[in-house]
Design a protein around this ligand. Structure first.
Ligand code: ZN
Length: 257
């Protein structure tokens, strides 16, 4: 397949997945079932939406962010989730092509994205999602051979250990959900990419918090959710990790070579 076709396909898939995970996050927080239930409808007027209202990003742009039936504004989180999903799918397909690294990369990025949504909305990480990520990690590491699987377990251990240490030292700020998530992510990424993700996540979180503190939008005591920054760190690692590590003369390990 032509590489532009691959990128286009995963951009579209990513937008749909972003839209779906936004619903999953919302339903997890609300405690309702992920599948089935009511069909997509406008929260204001209750009209059941049709396919032409549900094309990711395109419908929102065409309708200028308003419901076709009652004209009320569509919450920005819907289109934001679609845009982030489209960018994630497209960029990862551009970076990895149809290689064995693409699917673990997508699993890590979209897993982190889903947990970032529930963390933003509720300040909570649902254990089931990191667990699913860990299973993805094991599944993707069984075939390449023993060293790869060990790398995954070391990644899970490293992620969990770093966050646990911070929890024990700082007493608050981060929760055990963050440690579970770092473990699930680590199983997919392996230990080198995991440490790089944590490092880039903490750096981006620090820069962002400092900017907010300086602008007076944040007080020193306010808790800043960690997972959105882990998602940013994970994305940066999945895109630039091999280059950063080769700069340090480190082999990223399978499947990231
Ligand atoms: Zn409406």
């Amino acid at each position: 397949m032509d590489s532009w076709c691959v990128i286009f396909f995963f951009t579209f898939l990513g937008a749909s997945l972003g839209s779906f995970l936004n619903v999953v996050a919302g339903r997890s927080v609300a405690g309702t079932s992920w599948w089935g239930g009511s069909r997509s409808h406008c929260p204001k007027c209750g009209t059941v939406l049709r396919w032409k209202d549900l094309v990711p990003i395109v419908s929102w742009m065409f309708l200028r962010g308003r419901c076709r039936y009652c004209g009320s504004r569509i919450a920005v989180r819907y289109v934001a989730a679609e845009v982030w999903g489209a960018a994630t799918g497209g960029l990862l397909a551009w970076r990895w092509g149809l290689s064995p690294a693409l699917f673990p990369a997508l699993a890590a990025a979209f897993g982190l994205f889903l947990n970032a949504l529930t963390d933003l909305e509720e300040g909570y990480v649902f254990d089931i999602f990191p667990l699913a990520m860990g299973i993805c990690g094991i599944a993707s590491r069984v075939l390449p051979g023993g060293g790869s699987l060990l790398d995954g377990f070391l990644g899970a251990l490293a992620g969990c250990a770093v966050i646990s240490l911070i929890i024990l030292l700082s007493r608050g700020g981060m929760g055990w959900g963050d440690a579970t998530l770092a473990a699930g992510t680590g199983m997919i990424l392996g230990w080198k990419f995991t440490l790089l993700t944590l490092y880039l996540g903490f750096m981006s979180g620090g820069v962002f918090s400092l900017a907010l503190l300086t602008a007076g939008k944040l007080r020193r005591k306010d808790a800043v959710p960690l997972v959105p920054f882990l998602a940013v760190g994970g994305m940066l690692t999945l895109l630039f990790g091999p280059r950063i590590l080769s700069f340090l003369n480190i082999d990223p390990g399978l499947p990231w070579r």
